[in-house]
Structures are given as structure tokens and as C-alpha cells.
Write a protein that binds this ligand. Structure first.
Ligand code: CDP
Length: 244
């Protein structure tokens, strides 16, 4: 049983068939579909992005992992994340195809990621990889902070996912505890707010909705409802009921 009413025209065949069919169709016409999903920390954008990519048969890139990988490389080499030269060198040397996702999600990396992400040359060094990823047929869902504004300003659909800081802190605390990391909800909340502030105030690609992004507030939505709301917006844009 599908987890929700399928979007109009949606094919519920197994995802492998679907990917191939979609890829075949789009390859012929050299058409790609790009969906940009941005938003603040722990707003639910990553979970939505993964599920959306799954049903549309698109590639998925969690761009936060790239900044986390740069931060980890700098920390592993014994440097501070605000060491600009080291961070730039780490970004240039990065191989984004070789990620150890679990290690990158550790809380110590999280804070350092937002420090290196504020360095313009770091962002510049990581831009081509993200843009190339986005345009590989049949297209991709990318989640991050600047996908709709900088990486893929021409994306077919842009979502900006938000939730109250308290709800985001509760979600992130549950995630950390489930992974066996110690987590105090008040500390997690303080970390989210500090990071949102840094990500929004930086001059290089600050966290902000693109003018044509659709706001999705997941404060009162569980995972399935948030996914369904995202698909509703995407389908409305694709069928011309909403402006993209
Ligand atoms: O999962 P969460 O929202 O906590 O973080 P993330 O998406 O993995 O991103 C970690 C940090 O990387 C953010 O706080 C941003 O500073 C930075 N980032 C960015 O600057 N641009 C992106 N496209 C993605 C992440």
C-alpha cells in the first residue's frame, strides 16, 4: 500500500523500473528535473529530500555532508575550523564521492561545518561538484542552505522547509540519542540557534529562501505528512497550479 494518495500520474511500479523509465524518457530529451530543498538545521529537509528523490527516481545529494567532510578533514589534521587556509585546502582536496556518512553526523563536526561553510573560497571550491551532480540525468534533489539561491537558481521546484526551534531541537535530540550520542535538549537548541544565526548572517550564500521558494512548515507534521505536503507542492508546480 502506498503511504499516501499518489500524485496525479504517479506510477507506483517498483523504484528500479521507474528510475529506468524516467531516465530513458529524460535522457532522450536531455531533460533533467532539479528540486532544491533548503532550510535551517533539523527542519526535516533531509528526510523529505531522500523520500522525494525516491519516488521521482532522482539522484539525491545532502550537501551538508560536503561541508561536514571539509570540517572533519580540518579537525582530523589538528587544525581549528576557522583556519581559513587549511579549510580552503581541505575543500579543494575533497573527494565528495567517498563519504563516511555516520562519522560526519557527529555533533563535534556539526558546529565546525558551519564555521568552514562561511568561508567564500570553501563554498567556491565545492560549487562545481554540486552543480554537476544536479544536472546529471534524470536530475536530482539537493538539500542544503543555498541550493535554490546559488547552486541551482533555475531549479524546477524550490522548497524552504522550516519548523520552530523547539521542535527542531527535540527532533535532533532524539536523532542523536538514537545514534548513541549524548544529547541535552537545551544544549542542542542553543547549538541550532547559534548555527542558524551564523548561517543566516554570513555574506557568502546565506541561509534564506529564494524569492520563488515555497515555504513548508513541518512544525506540526510527522514524517509522512511532511513528505505528502512536499509532494503536493511539487505536483502543483509541475502541473502549473503553482508558480515554480
Ligand atoms: O542536518 P543539519 O541541518 O543540522 O546540518 P547540515 O545540513 O548537515 O549542514 C551542516 C552545516 O553545513 C550547516 O550549519 C551550514 O553551515 C553548512 N551548509 C551550508 O552552508 N550550505 C549547504 N548547502 C549545506 C550545509
Amino acid at each position: 500500500m502506498p503511504p499516501f494518495d499518489p500524485p496525479p500520474g504517479y506510477d507506483w511500479s517498483p523504484s528500479d523500473d521507474r528510475t529506468e523509465k524516467h531516465s530513458q524518457d529524460t535522457h532522450d530529451a536531455q531533460v533533467t528535473m532539479i528540486i532544491a530543498i533548503d532550510g535551517p538545521a533539523a527542519s526535516g529537509k533531509g528526510t523529505i529530500a531522500k523520500q522525494v528523490a525516491g519516488i521521482y527516481g532522482l539522484h539525491h545529494l545532502d550537501t551538508g555532508l560536503i561541508y561536514r567532510a571539509v570540517a572533519k578533514a580540518v579537525l582530523d589534521a589538528g587544525h581549528s575550523p576557522d583556519n581559513v587556509r587549511e579549510a580552503i585546502d581541505a575543500a579543494i582536496a575533497l573527494n565528495p564521492r567517498k563519504f563516511e556518512e555516520a562519522a560526519l553526523k557527529a555533533q563535534v563536526i556539526t558546529e565546525a561545518a558551519s564555521v568552514v561553510a562561511a568561508i567564500p573560497e570553501v563554498r567556491q571550491a565545492l560549487m562545481n561538484y554540486q552543480r554537476e551532480f544536479a544536472t546529471r540525468p534524470p536530475g536530482a534533489v539537493l538539500d542544503g542552505r543555498d541550493i535554490g539561491t546559488v547552486i541551482a537558481p533555475g531549479a524546477d521546484v524550490k522548497l524552504f522547509v522550516v519548523a520552530t526551534p523547539e521542535v527542531r531541537a527535540a527532533r535532533r535530540t532524539r536523532e542523536l540519542l538514537a545514534r548513541g550520542e549524548p544529547a541535552d535538549e537545551q544544549e542542542v537548541l542553543a547549538d541550532l540557534l547559534r548555527r542558524d544565526e551564523r548561517d543566516s548572517r554570513r555574506t557568502a550564500a546565506p541561509l534564506k529562501p529564494a524569492p520563488d521558494a515555497h515555504l513548508l512548515d513541518t512544525t506540526h507534521l510527522g514524517i509522512d505528512a511532511a513528505f505528502r505536503a512536499a509532494v503536493d507542492i511539487i505536483e502543483a508546480v509541475r502541473t502549473g497550479r503553482k508558480r515554480g
